[in-house]
Design a binder for this molecule. Structure first.
Ligand SMILES: [Zn+2]
Length: 380
């Protein structure tokens, strides 16, 4: 089923892909910068069943919100964290890191994750263990205030951290739409996590169930309608996470490939040049390439590396010199966002410490690797 959906997506993207190829060729031929992120329009992946109406809240029933597109959200485990607050940074700002627009608390995007929990095979005899695993994951996510939403393996959708509150999902991170850059995406993006394991998978159907894909699509449509979220700002953790100390991409690498953008009604962000590379100069090394990216840069990232090198050449500086300057810019912007939260006087807010790892849980692997402890817990 997933294979069939993707095959349809591929058919739909072929025409648009050829047009973008021509544009990239012209841009490189005339040595002009490629245009800022302008992803192609979303492509239909469920032809014939895509609703033309935006979903709306149809009603509430017990601990569920029910939406007109069939999206049911459990509110049973809802919790809060801290109110959203960030600065949008206009694109094209210079590198002093000081050009911000108004402080905002609006939700501008969706960031998709995997939690890297232990996965029992989805078979009838494992139902009990799978349910225990999901309950444990909900508890963990709730305790760490880690994501706004969690979609379990049979497609149940749970709201954990309330929408108007920042969850601790993104860490050091950066993305942009046609208008603005956003740093520290906890503040401006909603975190949606699919209960799954990304590391070690070699295809989408090893990561998500069909039920998760259907629920992910419905939740995406609900959130986009509710907050008027631009397709350009629906992306994955692996494409936005950075390590500013070393200027490396993919600090977390969940969904650096295989994310079913088309099935979510979204344009394919693997074809978009990530602003982390084009505009801020984040880069990769052999270790990142081998251990996190599966030996290959995604298509947009490969184009972005060339674009950044051309940009440095036009400015008559080495890529590394430009990178250092842009690192200061990222750090200044990040610290200004931290400052917003220091003003709240919340002494318990770990991000006030300006520790780069603060604002997210201790993690390893693709996202948070809890495998050993996890298995022990769920096998009780
Ligand atoms: Zn993640």
């Amino acid at each position: 089923m997933i294979g069939a959906l993707l095959a349809i997506g591929v058919l739909y993207t072929f025409g648009a892909g050829a047009a973008r190829g021509v544009n990239a060729y012209l841009a490189s031929k005339y040595n002009r910068p490629s245009p800022p992120i302008q992803p192609p329009p979303p492509e239909p992946s469920f032809p014939g069943v895509v609703s033309k109406e935006k979903p709306w809240l149809f009603g509430k029933e017990g601990e569920y919100e029910k939406y007109s597109n069939g999206c049911n959200i459990s509110t049973k485990y809802e919790t809060d964290n801290h109110p959203r607050a960030y600065y949008a940074i206009p694109r094209g700002s210079e590198t002093d890191g000081n050009q911000f627009s108004e402080k905002s608390d609006k939700i501008v995007g969706i960031l998709y994750h995997t939690p890297e929990n232990y996965m029992f095979p989805l078979t009838p005899d494992n139902s009990g263990k799978i349910q225990n695993g999901s309950r444990g994951l909900i508890e963990l996510v709730r305790n760490h205030k880690k994501y706004n939403y969690l979609i379990n393996r049979i497609g149940d959708i749970y709201r954990i951290v309330r929408d108007d509150q920042a969850a601790n999902h993104a860490g050091d991170s950066l993305w942009a739409d046609a208008k603005n850059y956003y740093v520290l995406l906890n503040e401006s993006f909603i975190g949606v996590c699919f209960e799954s394991k990304f590391d070690g998978a070699s295809s989408l159907d090893q990561i998500l169930t069909e039920a998760q894909i259907i629920s992910g699509r419905r939740l995406t449509d609900v959130l986009r309608a509710k907050y008027n979220i631009d397709d350009a700002n629906c992306t994955t953790h692996g494409l936005v996470a950075v390590a500013p100390e070393e200027m490396l991409i993919a600090r977390h690498h969940d969904w650096v490939h295989f994310f079913p953008f088309e099935a979510m009604g979204l344009s394919n962000k693997y074809k978009v040049q990530p602003p982390t590379i084009t505009d801020y100069g984040f880069t990769y090394n052999d270790e990142v390439l081998a251990k996190k990216l599966g030996g290959k840069l995604w298509e947009g990232a490969a184009m972005a590396v060339e674009e950044f090198n051309r940009r440095a050449a036009r400015a008559h500086v080495s890529p590394d010199d430009l990178r250092l300057k842009l690192r200061d810019r990222y750090l200044a912007q990040r610290n200004k966002t931290f400052g917003l939260h220091a003003e709240q006087g919340d002494v318990n807010n770990p991000r006030v410490s300006k520790n780069p790892a603060a604002g997210e849980s201790t993690e390893s692997g693709a996202d948070q690797s809890t495998s050993a402890a996890w298995k022990a817990l769920t096998e009780k």
